[in-house]
Ligand binder design. Structure first.
Ligand code: ATP
Length: 222
């Protein structure tokens, strides 16, 4: 369970989240809203990348403030910009990075399996920075999932993907055993969620079923 309690967040003197409280128990939660409405900041709160200026965030009882390292282990985060999270020179090394500490044979097996399931097996030894934007996004997702987080937070993970890979990633997200929180501008993608939050000007202005959330957002934007 993810509990966001009375969270306000400011960057300098700019308030970007205003007294947000929400408890998430669903397997699939979508987050939509206008540019700058606070969605990414909200997503970053969930794994402690951002600590709230006021209020608390807990994930399965762990506080992002007090138990930051444990929260980051259990909540995987996929950034919009894959360059922000590709850490190692080659594709296989990048996937292996999150598994450091495990025996080499187990790492090799899990890396090979993960690369194959993302269609990246043929790129294992290629420099990660030479992949296309979409391939980098797949690699970022692959490198996070290989660590088997309990919750996956994705901030616009399909922005750089072509139609085929967008469908592939969305199908993969739909099948994951993990809980998923998906921030997106893709209104079709949230229709498959269990619950959708609509953000506007730092607040949750709608919280409910996907189709209702999408029509609320469409009305809000017109
Ligand atoms: N690190 C930061 N420092 C200062 N201001 C920031 C920072 N990150 C975000 N902001 C500001 O906070 C506000 C909310 O940004 P956020 O990225 O959370 O919105 P968003 O809803 O995800 O937007 P988008 O749909 O454009 O990605 C914006 O006005 C943004 O300029």
């Amino acid at each position: 369970m993810i509990e966001v309690d009375a969270v306000t967040h400011r960057y300098g003197d700019r308030t970007v989240l205003r007294d947000v409280s929400v408890t998430l128990t669903e397997q699939r939660v979508g987050v939509i809203g206008a540019n700058g409405s606070g969605k990414s900041t909200f997503a970053r709160l969930l794994n402690g990348l951002v600590l709230p200026s006021a209020g608390t965030v807990t994930v399965d009882g762990l506080s992002t403030r007090r138990d930051g390292a444990a929260v980051r282990r259990s909540v995987g985060f996929v950034f919009t910009d894959p360059d922000a999270q590709i850490l190692m020179p080659t594709v296989a090394e990048d996937v292996a990075f999150g598994l450091r500490g495990l025996p080499a044979a187990a790492v090799a097996e899990r890396v090979a399996e993960a690369l194959a399931s993302f269609g990246l097996a043929g790129h294992a030894d290629h420099p990660a920075h030479l992949l296309s934007g979409g391939q980098k996004q797949l690699l970022a997702l692959c490198s996070v999932l290989v660590t088997e987080p309990k919750v996956l937070v994705c901030d616009e993970p399909t922005t750089l993907l072509d139609l085929r890979n967008t469908r592939k990633v969305l199908a993969l997200l739909a099948e994951l055993p993990q809980r998923v929180v998906l921030v997106t501008h893709d209104l079709d993608a949230v229709l498959a969620m269990d619950r959708v939050l609509v953000f506007d000007d730092g607040r949750i202005v709608f919280d409910g079923l996907p189709a209702d959330a999408v029509s609320f957002y469409v009305d809000l934007s017109s």
